[in-house]
Design a protein around this ligand. Structure first.
Ligand code: AMP
Length: 214
């Protein structure tokens, strides 16, 4: 099964994508994580991507699309995958659809986690991210068992540069302008489903599972 997670930054799509990937035994593919890995290792791609990410802007499609297509061509993606953070623009979606169509394949679901802007601003200020596995927490709504430490892998948690308040507003603007049109794109192709992202994490997860047919 091939699933795309949609939603504003901070809607909880990363957390839900990781849970869904574990539940379905599919790889979790986050372009944001791939960029952050490259930044950590100081690669050329990492240096280029960082300049955009720190400002809350999208990394240009020409740096993103091939990276994603290479990743989904790997063997572990044979039975499907959960995409988290890709596509973020209509052209990115079109390129993926075209690559899939060439293999007679298609996206099965685009799951939108709908959360109003005012909730997003509140959530992102409290978000903390694992420096190792990328798992995300919230200091109030989804606190780790030990403050500042990842429950899954024990690595330290940080506030990502792009979760700092000055960057959040610009990420939301970019989301509305560039990414939200994907809702109609996937409605038109008949794979769009939506869950209420203001529910608890467990409720959101249960709502997503209930929407996926075998
Ligand atoms: P995320 O971890 O998905 O919130 O992504 C963090 C940042 O990485 C975003 O704000 C963008 O700057 C960049 N990014 C991740 N995925 C994409 C993408 N598909 N297209 C463009 N930029 C991306």
């Amino acid at each position: 099964m091939k699933i795309i997670m949609l939603g504003a930054p901070g809607a909880g799509k990363g957390t839900q994508a990781i849970r869904l990937a574990e539940e379905l035994g599919l790889p979790h593919i986050s372009t944001g994580d791939i960029f952050r890995y490259n930044i950590k290792n100081n690669t050329e791609l990492g240096q280029k991507a960082k300049a955009y990410m720190d400002k809350g802007q999208l990394v240009p499609d020409e740096l993103t699309v091939d990276l994603l297509l290479d990743r989904v061509a790997k063997e572990d993606c044979e039975n499907g995958y959960i995409l988290d953070g890709y596509p973020r623009t209509i052209p990115q979606a079109e390129v993926l659809d075209k690559a899939l169509a060439e293999k007679n394949e298609k996206i099965d679901y685009a799951v939108n986690i709908a959360v109003p802007d005012e909730n997003i601003i509140n959530r992102m200020g409290g978000r903390r991210t694992c420096t190792n596995c990328g798992e995300t927490y919230h200091i109030v709504y989804n606190a780790p068992k030990v403050e500042g430490i990842c429950d899954r892998c024990g690595a330290p948690l940080i506030q990502r540069e792009d979760d700092k308040p000055e960057t959040v507003a610009s990420r939301l603007n970019v989301y509305h302008e560039m990414t939200e049109p994907l809702e109609n794109y996937y409605k038109e192709s008949g794979v769009y489903v939506e869950v209420d992202g203001t529910q608890t994490m467990d409720e959101v997860f249960a709502s997503i599972l209930a929407l996926l047919k075998d």
